[in-house]
Design a binder for this molecule. Structure first.
Ligand code: FPP
Length: 432
């Protein structure tokens, strides 16, 4: 970012986003309508320390005048009720089985004043540092869809590792819930500048998000809290991909083998998927992220199924980033399914078995419309592929980091992309 007009334009955009976010957050205070952010600042005494409510429970607003809080650990119910009661919000929680119901009283003048007092303190706590350097933008903005046109003649190779100098789009800031320090932002932005100078970013990035359980164990917390903390890292990488110009991001969120985990952990993961969708759908749509779910979805419960159908429909057509969430996914099952579909076509006379080649198999995979991943990141130091995208990762560069998934930030993402840029990709040929 060099010229005054560019700086002014960027500043205006940031200001506009801030105003929109503030309007959204404060609309619930003007109308008295239930919003999950009402409980954002509630802190709960859990496992010997004070933690944010959303670290130990799932908050939802199922009705205009009702919030519900579902503790991940039943033993925390009383502590959560007390925390909500003590938060000076004028709310009276009542538990009903596994669920705490928090009815919102009618909005009197007195209550409006209480909430405004609370919202002022909330706004102070989440205020962003004003000196955050702006990420550099190219004057030639392009969407990934436009870049597809240039390689249309090769359908499965239409995305290429994108030269960053021409691929930087309007970047999502996802700033609403960011609480990074100015210093860490500056370091990450330096990396972002470097990777833009260095050259191509992966057109398709795949990630095995691993280490949530160990992250929780290291803090003597139940495993579901590790998964919950992992949601922040998901937000970080989506934001980072938008900034860096990655076209497709595929995340391994739940494998078919994960159905073998304890029922309580499966339930927590499914609730988390619903929570992620409830919290992020609007922002993802606004940022032009189109979400798809890859996997065998039949075993999903009705709540999770509704949530995934909702996010697919609401974000369809997003042009900035394709975000694939692999849920109930197994690469071997995906390849077997492709073989079955091809066999069915052949048996019905629609396909000559002699025409079954690599392209034909690729067209039957969940990922048919995207290029194969250029880079696979796995967190937590494990050196395994774990039945993830076995066909598609044939030529991917592998990057394993010891960082546990909940600690993975946009900074780590940019480090991985820089490392990718240093690799010599030969695809079986010799170096030139
Ligand atoms: C592996 O860690 C992680 C998972 C099985 C779940 C991944 C889920 C998230 C990152 C959060 C939710 C994301 C979305 C998109 C809703 P592990 O439990 O195997 O960790 P461990 O190896 O340390 O035990």
């Amino acid at each position: 970012m060099s010229s005054i007009p560019e700086l002014t334009k960027h500043g205006r955009e940031l200001m506009h986003k801030a105003v929109e976010n503030t309007k959204r957050e404060f609309s619930s205070i003007r109308s008295g309508k239930a919003s999950v952010s009402l409980l954002d600042l509630v802190r709960v005494e859990a496992y010997g320390s004070s933690v944010q409510l959303t670290q130990v429970a799932m908050v939802a607003a199922p009705e205009p005048r009702l919030l519900t809080v579902q503790p991940f650990d039943k033993g925390l119910t009383q502590s959560i009720e007390k925390a909500i009661r003590d938060a000076d919000l004028g709310l009276n929680p009542a538990s009903q089985g596994n669920l705490i119901r928090v009815p919102l009283p009618a909005l009197s003048e007195e209550r409006r004043k209480t909430w405004l007092r609370w919202s002022t303190s909330w706004a102070r706590k989440v205020a962003l540092p004003s000196a955050t350097p702006a990420p550099k933008r190219s004057r030639k903005s392009r969407s990934w869809r436009r870049s597809r046109k240039t390689t249309r003649s090769a359908p499965r190779k239409r995305f290429r590792s994108t030269p960053t100098s021409t691929s930087n789009r309007s970047r999502g800031s996802f700033t609403r819930k960011r609480r990074r320090s100015w210093k860490s932002d500056r370091m990450s932005n330096d990396l972002l500048q470097q990777l833009r100078v260095h050259g191509a970013v992966p057109a398709h990035l795949a990630i095995i998000m691993d280490g949530n359980g160990r992250w929780a164990k290291g803090r003597a917390l139940p495993r579901p809290l590790g998964h919950h903390a992992g949601m922040k890292a998901v937000r970080e990488v989506v934001e980072g991909c938008l900034e860096a110009g990655v076209g497709v991001l595929t995340l391994f969120a739940f494998s078919q083998d994960n159905w073998k985990r304890p029922a309580s952990e499966i339930e927590a993961l499914m609730k988390l998927l619903e929570e992620y969708i409830a919290r992020e759908a609007n922002e993802l749509r606004t940022q032009g992220v189109s979400v798809r779910i890859l996997g065998h979805l039949d075993p999903l419960g009705p709540g999770a199924r509704r949530a995934v159908d909702r996010i697919i429909a609401e974000t369809a057509g997003g042009q900035s980033l394709a975000l694939n969430l692999c849920i109930s996914y197994s690469a071997r099952a995906e390849i077997a399914r492709a073989a079955r579909l091809l066999a069915e076509s052949a048996a019905a006379g629609r396909l000559d078995p002699g025409d079954i080649d690599e392209e034909a198999v690729g067209r039957m995979l969940y990922t048919a419309e995207w290029p194969d991943p250029d880079l696979l990141i796995r967190t937590s130091g494990e050196m395994r592929i774990s039945n993830f995208l076995l066909w598609q990762l044939a030529y991917a560069e592998l990057y394993v980091t010891p960082v546990l998934w909940p600690d993975f930030t946009r900074h780590h993402l940019f480090e991985a992309i820089l490392e990718f840029q240093r690799r010599d990709r030969r695809f079986g040929r010799v170096s030139v």
